[in-house]
Design a protein around this ligand. Sequence first.
Ligand code: HEC
Length: 248
Amino acid sequence: MLKNLKHEILETNVGVLLVGTMIAISIGGLVEIAPLFLIKDTVENVDGVRPYTPLELRGRDIYVREGCYLCHSQMIRPFRDEQLRYGHYSLAAESKYDHPFQWGSKRTGPDLARVGGKYSNEWHVQHLTAPRSVVPESVMPNYPWLLTTPLDYSDVEDRMRALRTTGVPYSTSQEEYQKNVKAFGEATAKMLDISHAQQNLIAQAESGNYDGDRSSISEMDALVAYLQVLGTMVDFSKIKPEDLVKYR
Ligand code: HEC
């Protein structure tokens, strides 16, 4: 029967073409949608991965606002060349608290999934203010306003609450706090407590001194805090390659 099904029949018969198109779209749709129902089983927990602190979270929002993702991806693929250049390939768990994720596919600049700790805070401040002053051939835009714009953190609790609805474990009750202590340890659990978000943000900015000026908190403080944590949560020196097979 299939032998007689000439392409001409499809092309000259709108009804058949329509049904054929629907079948093709349905299969494509299923392939994309079905895995979403299994996401809880497919993204395994990996030790060390935690939600962002309030300051890092504001930095992430600035990263998104400034469109850094238009030139930078945050996903190291499991190919030899990528691992030699950027480090260990990205694990699904490493972006499980990212909503929306910043994987991207456009690389005008390098991948940033493991840029944390690669440079000093001072380097980042200099580079973001005037990229060509440190990398003469760079085509990255200047972002001088980050250093002079005070960070607005008045709504950081709301931002955390919004992420909570997507499943990020920022805590609002004592019970959730205790759960976080178990999962991430006490220091991190404190950072994930929404009721102390502003206090924690200020404390981290002051002690981290990301923009080199302790007298005020700038957008640069937040963005550098974010960049410095990228890819540093999982300690790969403690993980044997065999352990990771199950995460693939
Ligand atoms: C027009 C494209 C473009 C945009 C937009 C862009 N960058 Fe870049 N970025 C680059 C290029 C190209 C490089 C490589 C040359 C250099 O180091 O400046 C780079 C390098 C970097 C590096 C150093 C990476 C490494 O491993 O050496 C960091 C960090 C960085 N960018 C952060 C950012 C942040 C944060 C933003 C948003 C505020 C941003 N970039 C926006 C193009 C871009």
